[in-house]
Design a binder for this molecule. Structure first.
Ligand code: CTP
Ligand code: MG
Length: 170
């Protein structure tokens, strides 16, 4: 029983920590679209990022993730700490997602195509790296983040597909 309580605590602290990255990653699905970040440009005959990475999605993701950090800061009476964390987690999530698309295009995977592993974890890895300049979560929390994120990512994408926000269920 004591063990179970510990596990629940770790999962709670992991989700609390990574929440801005989740919001930063999900918001573009709803608010994204329009001008692509790469301006339609190509590299070796393939798009740099592709039409799935837009300016509006990028900005909206950073604003949404940072806003979650601000709310966390208000809740914990520690504004500047959570503001910095929220911004860095959001920026990292968006950059990680962008890096994923860059790699997929180089591998010849078209926009919307899957690259299992990178699709679910790339954003969270870069988010944690950027945020590490402010705070590094416990190793148990990091393990929890790596175990929970792929499942949550697949589940939310499936919901997004059912809600017709996304054209593919993954
Ligand atoms: N999106 C956006 N801007 C971003 C990231 C995402 O507008 N910077 C929106 C796009 O409408 C995109 C959707 O969110 O189609 C889902 O994101 P994602 O699955 O990451 O993009 P894909 O379309 O699958 O493209 P890719 O193959 O490059 O991942
Ligand atoms: Mg995708």
């Amino acid at each position: 029983m004591a063990r179970l309580n510990e596990v629940i605590k770790i999962i709670g602290s992991a989700l609390w920590f990574i929440l801005p990255a989740y919001f930063a990653n999900a918001t573009p699905v709803v608010l994204g679209g329009g001008q692509p970040l790469d301006g339609g440009r190509c590299l070796d005959g393939r798009r740099i990022f592709g039409d799935g990475k837009t300016v509006r999605g990028f900005v909206a993701g950073i604003v949404a993730g940072t806003a979650i950090g601000v709310l966390q800061g208000i809740a914990k009476c520690s504004f500047s700490h959570y503001f910095s964390l929220g911004f860095l987690l959001a920026l990292g999530a968006l950059l990680g997602d962008l890096m994923g698309s860059f790699i997929k295009r180089r591998l010849g995977i078209e926009r919307g195509g899957a690259l299992p592993g990178l699709d679910q974890l790339g954003f969270v890895i870069i988010a944690l790296l950027l945020a590490s300049s402010v705070e590094v979560p416990s190793w148990q929390a990091i393990v929890a983040i790596f175990l929970i994120t792929p499942a949550l990512h697949l589940a939310t994408n499936f919901i997004g597909y059912k809600l017709k926000l996304k054209s593919r269920p993954y």
